[in-house]
Write a protein that binds this ligand. Sequence first.
Ligand code: FAD
Length: 489
Amino acid sequence: MTKDYDVIVIGAGIGGICCAAMLSHAGYKTIVLESLNVLGGRASSYKKDGCIVDTFIHTVGKAEKGPLGEILKILDKPDAIKFWHIDPKNKPVLFLAGEKYVYPDPGYATEEEIRTAYKGMGLSDADCDEMRSIDKIMYDMTEEESHEIDDVPHFEWLSKHTDNQMVHIMHMSRSMMAGGIGPDEASAGEMVRMTKSWHLEGPMSYPYGGFCAIPEAFADIILENGGEVRLKESVDKIIVEDGKAVGVKTKSGEELRARAVVSNAGIKTTVAKLVPDGALPKDYCEYAENLTYGALAEEVTSIQISLHILVDEVVIKEPVVFAIPVAGYGDQKLDAISSNPTEEEKKKLLGQVGFYTTVTSNMDPSIVPPGKQLINLSARAFRDLPLKETVENWKTILDLLYPGIKEKILWVDTVMGSAMKNFCGHPVPNVIGIGQVVGQVGENRPSVECPLPGLFHVGADVGKLHIGVELAADGALLATPVIKEYLGS
Ligand SMILES: Cc1cc2nc3c(=O)[nH]c(=O)nc-3n(C[C@H](O)[C@H](O)[C@H](O)COP(=O)(O)OP(=O)(O)OC[C@H]3O[C@@H](n4cnc5c(N)ncnc54)[C@H](O)[C@@H]3O)c2cc1C
């Protein structure tokens, strides 16, 4: 059966669903085709035993003050997504060798809290001063000045300001956290923009209703405007006729026609797999092939594991819990953890441990049955250790920090880092999208347009500003006016 649309959007990741919502709201007949059975791509959630569980571990930065808020305003629905924000009386915490600190995020921690935690990490007073003076240089830079260092690797820029090893280590962890990339490949200009956005404009937020509340709100707006959203509908090929993208063929064999096709499948997958051979110029295909997710993408994803832990009662009071290994304790050897460690073993283990945890039920208690607690632990998977033992070990570690929690655990779901590939459809599993590395930021960010008329890219790959989900939403903000101009009225 053949149907006609103004726009077909391939993929209901944040970029695709935001763009489709804006196009349907503007009056274009829009359909979204999503191969998974959930909305949101990498930023999706699933339901289990009365809980809403985020597939991967997510928070958002600027929330209503950032691109998501801007899109909601364009859609005349500024309140369609409500966000939890950090309570100054209950800030995210950091464990260092078992000692608890306020996590030193300048977005919400006081100057004193920042310095106390830095010292716990082994920074001297002089290190702390250097760290904050480099932050100040970044905060004071104008957007224009930041673009002047787009092509400078962040480590090279940092080295011009300080050779302090502790400051370099701290910046390495920032580039990993914000962009999933190493500091030697990260663009200095992009690091400045991300740091300013993160520290000065948008500390951690979370959508009420679980992370799926974001894509679901946009899907509702598409439906209200007469659009369609189909799950479990995978696009096999983009149909090209007379040198233009005119529709798609689904894996089930259906052909859908449209005046424009928008792909949220990622620029590399779209060019290599979805566009028929020969429909794009060879140099553009080579350009797309050479774009990189960052040298560390596979390394990061292969050691990452998300553990979703339902606890029978509220044990952890904080909304977010971090742990960072402390120098002097050696490498974490998870395979060597005893289920009943001695005091000496406990001390060593707590000095080696590193993880990041969102306690989403502390942000929104309605996402779990009354009285229960949902903990989402982003940790290290140990390739040589059976999954069951890895999970047991992480339960033991959690119990050392929150005594008694282990026996209150009702269930643990695990999502391996390699699953990221299934949730974006990219050739290589990756956290963010095309890396914010030298040569791929600012003016060199991949364009939403492509040499094949009628085909557009959307999502984090083509966003120019912000981090992760907000980068994807920025991609939608950039793509939508261009697509509207192509379509006309
Ligand atoms: C472990 C992890 C933790 C993260 N933490 C954070 C965080 O805390 N904060 C943050 O801001 N960001 C975070 N991110 C990054 C963020 O999730 C992504 O940058 C963002 O969601 C990417 O959005 P996107 O629009 O590019 O779409 P994607 O998420 O890539 O979605 C693309 C969609 O297209 C669909 N698709 C692909 N091919 C086809 C096809 N042929 N037919 C139909 N559908 C198709 C896919 O199934 C998918 O649903 C994290 C990511 C991961 C993996």
